[in-house]
Design a protein around this ligand. Sequence first.
Ligand SMILES: Nc1ncnc2c1ncn2[C@@H]1O[C@H](COP(=O)(O)OP(=O)(O)OP(=O)(O)O)[C@@H](O)[C@H]1O
Length: 342
Amino acid sequence: MTPLPITFERLRKTYGDYTALDDVSLRIEPGEFLTLLGPSGSGKTTLLMALAGFIRPEAGTIMIGERDVTRLPPNKRDIGIVFQNYALFPHMSVRANVEYPLKLRGVREAEARKRAMAALERVKLGAFAERDIAALSGGQRQRVALARAIVYEPRVMLMDEPLSALDKNLREHMQFEIRRLHDDLGITTIYVTHDQREALTMSDRIAVMEAGRIRQIDTPQEIYHRPRTAFVAEFMGEANILPAEAAGAASQGQLVIRAEHLHLGEVDGETDAVVLSGHVAALAFRGENWLVQLALASGQEVMLSIPSSRAEGCENLRAGDAITAHAARQHVHHLLEAGTDA
Ligand SMILES: Nc1ncnc2c1ncn2[C@@H]1O[C@H](COP(=O)(O)OP(=O)(O)OP(=O)(O)O)[C@@H](O)[C@H]1O
């Protein structure tokens, strides 16, 4: 089946005088894996639920392919959904849970069974079909929820924080599995998370939301290396935001330098670099890297992240030591003026 594009046009949703979606416009390409990323309360779930049909917007339109679905009930939208809490029926077997959406759609017993088993095979749970849900681990339950969402072959998949109940290792493993499933099925996926690393790992593009608006929508690399605003820069990872003049730039405005792009020590004369000097305010060893907090003469503190593999000298640093750090000019990025939108 060919995947479908999704278009939101000036979508608006308010709760009393609170604006949860503030004229959101967005096009998701056919077959794209798009992540809605943002802090709690930014409107991610509201946007997803409006697409699923569980929330009715006050204004705007939602199109799936050529179809205007804004006023269609959820079961007419051809969408698979996976939630954080799995929403499985605990008293039914794994197979019965996966057959359930097919039975709702009037698919006959033998056919439902065949398709449920195929979906379970896809998520590597074929051998668990007759088990009770209660006898599964968190990761296995999440796979059942995935199987149930794909069993009727929807062309659009929505996932709202599906991995947040899992521990870190399983979560990272499932990020790859979900992405592979998306690629194999050739569907359009919208994924909600507030975890920036998860968004970077899985997505074709990321839409960063804040206060009911999309602040930036871009590929993971673009959004990480070239954030448009301080909010996006800080939300996407450790970001040092400096006034342009602090970094010796002639221009006005603000700069962002990622912690891992700052290196300890002087720069050789050949390199065009921004140089920052001050003293060590604090430092910490974190296994894969060292974090060094550098206090500038202005009082501002900047963070350096130095990989353990090339952290010679970090062991000998002490709070109060005078240090110099530098970043190559290509890693110094100008932000748009504050308040300018994506
Ligand atoms: N039924 C409701 N009544 C009133 N306010 C609501 C309702 N549902 C959501 N809101 C508010 O709308 C805003 C957006 O909520 P939404 O659930 O979309 O945020 P979110 O980005 O998904 O957050 P989280 O990461 O915490 O799930 C929040 O401030 C929330 O309190």
